[in-house]
Design a protein around this ligand. Structure first.
Ligand code: ZLV
Ligand code: CA
Ligand code: ZN
Length: 414
């Protein structure tokens, strides 16, 4: 392992719970929580976990989720899912030859009912239909999955605020499409918004940077009217690419005007132009906004060969963006997000865990990894980038985006 920067003194908090990788959206569904276990195994087998503070992810409680989401929606999700949760527990019990539901889960179930009564929520005939969309199916343990993912992002914020860590990592977070009372784009509970709201209890300005191939619409919408969070999303845009928002001219409203920044691009973006765009824009953003903290969504569907995304980045290119944000030297939270070619997602997030630690991990995938076969045929960290992919972004179009963004940012008072 090679030390990559002089600043190795930064403490890294890493949040993990193996249960999160056990949930399944469905056999045909592109979102595979298993990739979190795969990333974790690389992190362990590369020896990175020994250099970090490793914390067990806990489930966020209803009141915490209620800091952003609509009570009706939470109850709908939790009530609806609690039956599934019981099924999940029953399945677990039968698989493990245990006949009773664990006491702590029954207690939690009672709490959910009590909370819903306090909130005076009608739990029957609910208008929310989570299970109707193939993007957002219901599955066994769905609500627990949401609670774990968001519990970790909230605790990332706490570890930063208490000074326990300089960088906090939750690869099971980054679910940027979830809205106040709506599930969308594989996301149900917006862990990022919950994380940022915690940070805002102390910090004046929070910068959100989103390099997932999709637009970070849920986070943008939550903070569209405020100047205390600047949201910055780089994404593929056009030809009905999901979700269809994130135009260059979506800049925020009221006091939030110019505090939403969007960088829409066509398919085929490769390392060199992407990194150039990224550096030009984030350097100016840091200069004018001077945030107290950075929350970075590191969606890995912007990598080459992703099943959904159309960009052509290498892991090194993707990681260069993380490295660039790190060198500003302010507290930072790294979250996961999309990523559908799972053997590349785990490679990418292991590599970026190394970046957080100032360690360049070896090119050879550790041979003791139980998912070793996923890394065939080369068993290497960096996968080859297809050279015959056309970058459909013209240099002049990209330059125009940068100059327009600079123009918007010039309206921000120093
Ligand atoms: O990576 O989906 O295009 C963060 C993230 O940003 C759509 N959904 C919706 C709108 C109408 N459509 C199609 C519905 C399809 C439902 C199932 C798939 C199944 C197989 C293969 C691909 C998809 C799919 N769905 C591809 N793109 C979509 C998007 C949602 C993308 C969410 C990205 C989430 C975690
Ligand atoms: Ca994005
Ligand atoms: Zn995505």
């Amino acid at each position: 392992m090679i030390q990559t920067d002089s600043d190795s003194s930064r403490r890294v908090a890493y949040f993990y719970n193996r249960f999160i990788g056990k949930f399944q959206y469905g056999k045909e569904h592109p979102m595979k929580p298993k990739r979190i276990i795969m990333a974790h195994n690389l992190i362990v087998n590369y020896g990175l976990f020994r250099q970090m503070d490793v914390y067990l992810i806990r489930e966020a409680q209803l009141q915490e989720i209620g800091k952003f989401h609509d009570p009706d929606y939470i109850i709908y999700l939790s009530q609806f899912m609690s039956q599934n949760k019981i099924n999940f527990v029953k399945e677990y019990c039968s698989a493990n030859n245990e006949s009773v539901i664990p006491e702590n889960l029954l207690e939690e179930f009672k709490l959910i009912i009590k909370w819903s009564q306090q909130q005076k929520v009608k739990t029957e005939n609910s208008e929310f239909k989570v299970g109707d969309s193939p993007d957002n199916p219901t599955f066994s343990g769905l609500f627990s999955y949401c609670q774990l993912s968001s519990g970790a992002s909230i605790d990332c914020a706490h570890s930063i605020l208490t000074g326990q860590a300089d960088i906090a990592i939750n690869w099971s977070g980054g679910l940027h499409h979830a809205k106040k009372k709506e599930a969308s784009g594989f996301c149900y509970i917006n862990d990022i918004v919950l994380c940022i709201l915690e940070l805002l209890r102390v910090y004046v300005r929070v910068l959100y940077v989103d390099i997932d191939c999709h637009h970070g619409d849920g986070v943008e919408e939550a903070f569209y009217l405020t100047n205390r969070v600047m949201t910055l999303s780089f994404h593929q845009y056009g030809d009905d690419f999901y979700p269809g928002t994130g135009q260059l001219n979506s800049v925020g409203v009221g006091v939030g005007r110019y505090y939403s920044v969007n960088v829409p691009m066509k398919p085929g973006m490769s390392d060199q132009p992407y990194i150039e765009m990224f550096k030009k824009i984030t350097s100016r953003v840091m200069q004018v906004y001077r945030p107290d903290c950075i929350v970075m969504q590191c969606g890995a569907d912007s990598l080459s060969q992703d099943k959904l995304g159309g960009f052509n980045l290498s892991i090194k290119g993707h990681g260069a963006c993380v490295q660039y944000m790190k060198q500003f030297g302010i507290p930072m939270i790294l979250l996961g997000g999309g990523g559908y070619t799972i053997q590349n997602v785990s490679r990418c997030w292991a590599y970026e865990t190394g970046i957080a630690l100032g360690q360049q991990i070896d090119e050879a995938i550790p041979s003791n990894d139980i998912y070793y076969d996923y890394y065939s045929p080369d068993y290497l960290l960096h996968f080859p980038i297809k050279q015959n992919v056309e970058n459909r972004n013209k240099t002049e179009d990209l330059n125009k985006i940068v100059s327009t963004v600079y123009d918007y940012l010039s309206h921000i008072e120093n």
